[in-house]
Design a protein around this ligand. Structure first.
Ligand code: PRP
Ligand code: MN
Ligand code: MG
Length: 179
């Protein structure tokens, strides 16, 4: 598996430092507020579990799982909810956690849908952002790293469901996906 990685873009240590920095900011932002942290499965799983341990105030967590309709490479922007948040979000401060924002289609749809349930606020936190790929304008409140448009894997991000368990963010060698 390590052999499939062309180069490491973000080391484990760089990620740890960034997660701590984000956690500190979020601790201040949400102090005294009723915080619900919502992870978008499956990619956000690794980042979310590290992030919540750096937020030092009471909070609750929940998860959503979504899938885009249409073919695998180009999202249509219509999102199917496979698993929804299990609690009422009315009056709560929502922090949506993503591993990466690419076209923005997933989050655009999700935030508009969640707004209708009248939370007190919705903010977005993503470890990685690929602004060059954006199709929908989404306001991202907390970004770990802006990344180039390359084939990234690791720390929750998959290719064909593999590589999520790498502790760093790497670029896949072209021969892996060109096979
Ligand atoms: C990836 C990633 C984001 C989304 C970003 O998830 O984890 O959720 O795509 O793409 P977008 O900005 O173009 O909408 P994916 O659909 O691959 O599911 P996964 O998290 O289960 O890997
Ligand atoms: Mn995802
Ligand atoms: Mg994926």
């Amino acid at each position: 598996m390590q052999n499939d990685i062309g180069r490491v873009l973000l080391s484990e240590a760089e990620i740890v430092a960034k997660v701590k920095e984000l956690g500190d900011k979020l601790t201040e932002e949400y102090r005294g507020k009723e915080l619900l942290v919502v992870g978008i499965l499956k990619g956000s799983n690794v980042f979310m579990s590290d992030l919540i341990r750096q937020i030092n105030i009471p909070l609750k967590i929940d998860f959503m799982m979504v899938s885009s309709y249409g073919n695998a490479t180009e999202s249509t922007g219509v999102v199917k909810i496979i698993k929804d948040i299990e609690q009422s979000i009315s009056g709560k401060h929502l922090l949506i956690v993503e591993d990466i924002i690419d076209s923005g289609l997933t989050l655009k749809y999700l935030t508009e849908m969640l707004e209708t349930r009248k939370p007190a606020s919705i903010k977005l936190c993503t470890l990685l952002d690929k602004p060059a790929r954006r199709k929908e304008n989404v306001d991202v409140d907390y970004v770990g790293f802006e990344m180039p448009d390359e084939f990234l894997v690791g720390y929750g991000i998959d290719y064909a469901e593999y590589y999520r368990n790498l502790p760093y963010i790497g670029v896949l060698k072209p021969e892996v996906y060109e096979k």
